[in-house]
Design a protein around this ligand. Structure first.
Ligand SMILES: Cc1cc2nc3c(=O)[nH]c(=O)nc-3n(C[C@H](O)[C@H](O)[C@H](O)COP(=O)(O)OP(=O)(O)OC[C@H]3O[C@@H](n4cnc5c(N)ncnc54)[C@H](O)[C@@H]3O)c2cc1C
Length: 404
């Protein structure tokens, strides 16, 4: 059986490319999905709500959320960015809403709404879809791709799109590599930090916002809410820095020191001096003087500064005040491992970006071969950016193939 386009992988990027191509041409299209389920990651994404994109409509600013792929994506995001995603779904009856932190979800708060829109559009475009049929090998022979699947079937196509997702499973990397592409090694991105430290023990669930984080002996720094968990630290401030430092932190085997500033926008020394005057008789551990630092964490910071519970603000010595400021603005923690962020995890690594033409998403090495989504060495920080990459690269691949 011959198709104009075969899409390998029935995830977000593969569907978006297939739909775009179908809506702009009358090309015959086949999606091959190795599992029995389509759009599985869309389904489980964002805790079942699907964080579709981010409320960031300036392409250059949007591109700054991709630790790998920032420069490559500027052009593609100009031509299909977050505003286009919102419009695309609106045109198919799906309204997106924006949360305070900029993440955009379907109004229904159900990822099924996004799945239905994609499945409906593919059906409307007469895209043929085979599930439980994984591609095991691909060969390019005289202007055609020969695609062999694990059911023993062989298909041919004029164009081939690889949208097989993250390459954490080695098999995901083999198809592109077999066609001559360099694959950058898979490395986790977006993970939380394992930390055992009395300052945060049993404080799981407390969150501090704003906060800032710096990784010692590196230029890595980030700002954003920090969440204390049963294992250590998480939250956007930690996830962001884990993405930017994905390769460097893997090289350090996830053993490193960080400093957390629990009060990045204020000067605690000034406030402490004021408290000594205004609340001299009050025990300083009794109440956190900073709205953003919860009482229980405040008490741990006071203890870490070696200040007893009974100490009043007026009894605070200069050395103790300095130790306290140090705990507030530069709490040092030892990280000894990582854990997966259950809400969203991605891998960096995949097809080398310089081997892809980002105007069309076509391979620079093999004519007719295209890439979209996480199979490329592109990944974003948390907040809807990874799906935006899938929509953007899928759109351009599908549009280019339609024009051929
Ligand atoms: C738990 C979780 C939650 C997430 N939440 C969010 C979120 O809210 N917002 C966000 O932006 N990002 C989120 N992400 C990241 C996002 O899901 C991915 O970046 C995105 O799904 C990538 O899309 P893709 O189409 O490239 O790959 P995938 O969605 O992984 O799809 C690839 C498909 O290819 C199939 N496949 C692989 N190999 C073969 C083969 N040989 N033959 C046939 N089929 C094959 C796979 O089975 C899969 O169905 C989340 C990720 C996880 C794991």
């Amino acid at each position: 059986m011959h198709f104009d386009l075969i899409v390998v992988g029935g995830g977000a990027a593969g569907f978006f490319a297939a739909i775009t191509c179908a809506e702009r041409s009358d090309k015959s299209i086949l999606i091959l999905e190795k599992t029995s389920h389509l759009l599985q990651k869309v389904k489980i994404s964002g805790g079942g709500r699907c964080n579709v994109t981010h409320d960031c409509f300036d392409p250059r600013e949007l591109s700054r959320n991709y630790p790998r792929g920032e420069k490559s994506l500027i052009g593609p995001l100009h031509r299909f960015g977050a505003a286009d995603t919102v419009e695309w779904f609106a045109n198919r009856g799906v309204t997106l809403k924006t949360e305070a932190d900029g993440r955009m979800f379907p109004d229904t708060d159900r990822s099924q709404t996004i799945m239905n829109a994609l499945l409906g559009a593919a059906r409307f475009g007469a895209v043929e879809i085979h599930t439980s049929e994984g591609v095991v090998s691909v060969v390019k022979a005289s202007h055609r791709f020969e695609v062999v699947t694990d059911t023993g079937d062989t298909y041919t196509s004029s164009h081939l799109l690889l949208s097989t997702g993250g390459t954490r499973v080695a098999a995901g990397a083999t198809l592109a590599a077999s066609l001559g592409h360099e694959m950058l090694a898979a490395t986790p991105s977006l993970f939380t930090f394992k930390i055992k430290d009395p300052r945060i023990t049993e404080l799981g669930g407390l969150s501090v916002s704003p906060a800032s984080v710096h990784i010692s002996q590196s230029a890595l720094a980030s700002a954003g809410p920090v969440l204390i968990t049963h294992w250590g630290l998480s939250g956007p401030g930690i996830l962001k820095i884990s993405a930017w430092g994905a390769r460097e932190l893997a090289d350090r085997d996830y053993q490193f020191d960080i400093t957390v500033n629990w009060l990045p926008d204020d000067d605690p020394a000034e406030l402490i001096a004021a408290k000594r005057q205004s609340e001299g008789k009050r025990q300083l551990a009794s109440r956190s003087p900073f709205a953003s630092i919860p009482k229980r964490l405040w008490q741990r910071l006071v203890a870490a500064a070696k200040i007893s519970d009974a100490t009043t603000w007026s009894q605070l010595s200069k050395a103790q005040a300095e130790a306290l400021v140090d705990q507030i603005t530069a709490s040092r923690f030892r990280v000894s491992g990582k854990s997966t962020n259950k809400d969203e995890f991605v891998t960096c690594g995949g097809v080398a970006r310089d081997e892809i033409d980002f105007k069309s998403m076509q391979s620079k090495l093999v004519e007719g071969l295209y890439f979209a989504g996480e199979v490329i060495d592109i990944d974003g920080v948390t907040g809807g950016f990874n799906f935006q990459n899938a929509w953007t690269t899928g759109f351009h691949a599908g549009a280019d193939i339609a024009n051929r």
